[in-house]
Write a protein that binds this ligand. Structure first.
Ligand SMILES: NC(=O)c1ccc[n+]([C@@H]2O[C@H](COP(=O)([O-])OP(=O)(O)OC[C@H]3O[C@@H](n4cnc5c(N)ncnc54)[C@H](OP(=O)(O)O)[C@@H]3O)[C@@H](O)[C@H]2O)c1
Length: 238
């Protein structure tokens, strides 16, 4: 009696179990496209892969030796494609290119609707005097949000050096990454990534506050130009 019941129920329950566990699998492992293969992308890419995510580097030269070496170092099924190809299947797109080329790079990525876009860029311009200015009136994050209104832009990781990203302990205490963006779920997703690699996070409001976050590099650059180099970290009170 019990055996026949199991025989009858098993074919019905297997598709249900596959659906449930499939949903959990896709919720925990994302496909993350990094646009750029420089300091930030080559630091965060392998770390996010270490959390179980699949990394696709979007490079102007995906067959370049250093890009192929980065793909090998990243592992976990990583690959490199052109920027436009890399975003097609991505859940999260990380914009990690020089701050002044963001608009033209994002314009070449095609439809980003529904994707989370993590913007790490700092658009500063150095004057002849050596002092810096914020090169855009609003912020790169707001420009990206305007260009891709159905995407969920989160400003993150732009307030710390890539060396601190590589080794958070080098900051001598916990480092908090401020997150600015309009969508709470998108910020929670980026917070999960940041916390997964050893950082704390703090929601600092909608995407318009990316302007202040980007402005911090102006002060850093100015102090450096005047011979007073400092490092800075956000830190939750201990
Ligand atoms: N370095 C830091 O410590 C740090 C920390 C926080 C935030 N940021 C910000 O994060 C962004 C990336 O910084 P990064 O240090 O990773 O820069 P990077 O080392 O110069 O790398 C930038 C990458 O962008 C790609 N790229 C696409 N279009 C480009 C163009 N027109 N010119 C040059 N490169 C282009 C290149 O990859 P392909 O050649 O493969 O296309 C390049 O490897 C910047 O906006 C920076 O302000 C930097």
């Amino acid at each position: 009696m019990r055996t026949s019941f199991l025989k009858a129920i098993t074919p019905k329950i297997i598709p249900f179990l596959l659906l449930v566990f499939g949903c959990f699998a896709s919720a925990s492992a994302d496909t993350i496209a990094f646009i750029g293969t420089g300091n930030v992308a080559s630091t965060l890419g392998p770390k996010f892969a270490g959390l179980g995510h699949e990394i696709i580097y979007g490079s102007r030269e995906p067959q370049r030796d250093d890009v192929l070496a980065l793909v090998r170092q990243t592992g976990n099924g990583a690959s490199a494609l052109t920027p436009a190809e890399s975003v097609i299947d991505a859940d999260i797109v990380v914009i990690a290119v020089p701050g002044l080329v963001v608009e033209s790079v994002v314009a070449g990525l095609g439809d980003l609707s529904g994707k989370i876009i993590m913007d790490v860029t700092n658009p500063t311009y150095t004057l002849e005097s050596g002092l810096r200015i914020h090169a855009v009136e609003t912020s790169n994050a707001e420009i990206i949000q305007h260009m891709a209104p159905a995407a969920f832009v989160v400003k993150a990781f732009n307030t710390l050096n890539f060396r601190t990203m590589l080794d958070p302990a080098s900051a001598g205490g916990p480092v908090t990454i401020p997150l600015a963006g309009n969508n709470t779920e998108a910020k929670a997703k980026i917070a999960e990534l940041a916390q997964g690699i050893g950082f704390e996070t703090s929601d600092v409001g909608p995407v318009r506050y990316a302007h202040e976050l980007e402005g911090m590099l102006v002060l850093y650059g100015n102090a450096r130009a005047m011979g007073h180099t400092f490092n800075y970290y956000f830190r939750t009170p201990l």
